[in-house]
Design a protein around this ligand. Structure first.
Ligand code: AMP
Length: 281
């Protein structure tokens, strides 16, 4: 496995792999890798001849009051996890390599960026769109693996890829959870024992919508009223049932919908979602 912080070296190594006829699989991450990230890398490994993982804590997607400086950084362990999962190349630029001081280009995606995370993290998806567009331009034609854990992010990235005609196939990967249902997240390590128990209320609330739908309830407001009562958080940023394509709230569950929530427990903000009412095609 190779590892480099340089864009030029990354391009060279990927060009060489492509010259050998290898398909490129790409897994963008912010490091602090856990089994969720590893599942993406392993899938990329299974489906491609050359696997690139990026590790970059992207400053442009953090708001002024967010946890950029405290975001967990576990680089040595991350390299080991990448190697064990079968990565061929780890691209780990620093902020100056990605954002030279004279850079002024931004990307704004309208529509799917606006509800939910967009309301609570202004500018977040501009940063996500910019860094992904840059990473895709560095890596080139590839299949890129993203977790459904960040369902709105995947929709935004699909939009960027379509709107900018990027030669990228976006592959959605299932959320990996702890046995008790808590979605794995780099931020889970901030939780105390008691906070972790309370964090479980998010996946429980999502599941209650799932069982409500399975029992024939179709009204979003009835389903949400019941589910929201289960949330044991210091703040609920949102808990909604939305159309999986537009991310607009639905009134009635007719076919597959996304149930999405974001809560704060102490200083930690957690998000999660599930698809209910059918499978996404
Ligand atoms: P991050 O490092 O948080 O930016 O995440 C990098 C990628 O890993 C994103 O595509 C995430 O959606 C994905 N990811 C994070 N947590 C999980 C999880 N529990 N299961 C599956 N994918 C995940």
């Amino acid at each position: 496995m190779n590892a480099t912080g340089k864009i030029s070296e990354t391009r060279k190594l990927i060009d060489a792999a492509r010259h050998e006829g290898l398909r490129v699989g790409f897994v963008p991450t912010m490091g602090a890798l856990h089994a969720g990230h590893v599942s993406l890398i392993e899938r990329a490994r299974a489906e491609n001849g050359f696997v690139v993982v990026s590790i970059f804590v992207n400053p442009t997607q953090f708001g002024a009051n967010e946890d950029l400086s405290k975001y967990p950084r576990t680089f040595a362990d991350d390299l080991e996890a990448c190697m064990a999962a079968g990565a061929d190349l780890v691209f780990h630029p620093d902020a100056d390599e990605m954002y030279p001081p004279d850079a002024t280009t931004t990307i704004h995606v309208a529509g799917v960026t606006e509800p939910m995370e967009g309301e609570h993290r202004p500018g977040h998806f501009d940063g996500v769109a910019l860094v992904c567009a840059k990473l895709f331009n560095i890596v080139g034609a590839c299949s890129a693996y993203f977790g459904e854990k960040d369902a709105q992010q995947v929709r935004v990235i699909e939009r960027v890829v379509m709107d900018l005609d990027l030669p990228v196939e976006v592959v959605r990967c299932e959320t990996v959870r702890d046995q008790d249902g808590l979605a794995l997240s780099s931020r889970n390590r901030y939780l105390s024992g008691d906070e972790r128990k309370r964090a479980l209320s998010l996946s429980r609330a999502l599941r209650s919508v799932e069982s409500g739908v399975a029992n024939g309830q179709r009204s979003a407001s009835v389903l949400l009223d019941e589910a929201r009562q289960l949330l044991d958080a210091d703040a609920v940023d949102y808990f909604e049932i939305v159309d999986p394509t537009t991310l607009a709230c639905v009134e009635t569950v007719n076919g597959p919908v996304l149930v999405c929530g974001a809560i704060r427990i102490g200083a930690t903000r957690l998000i999660d979602n599930i698809t209910v009412g059918g499978r996404l095609t």
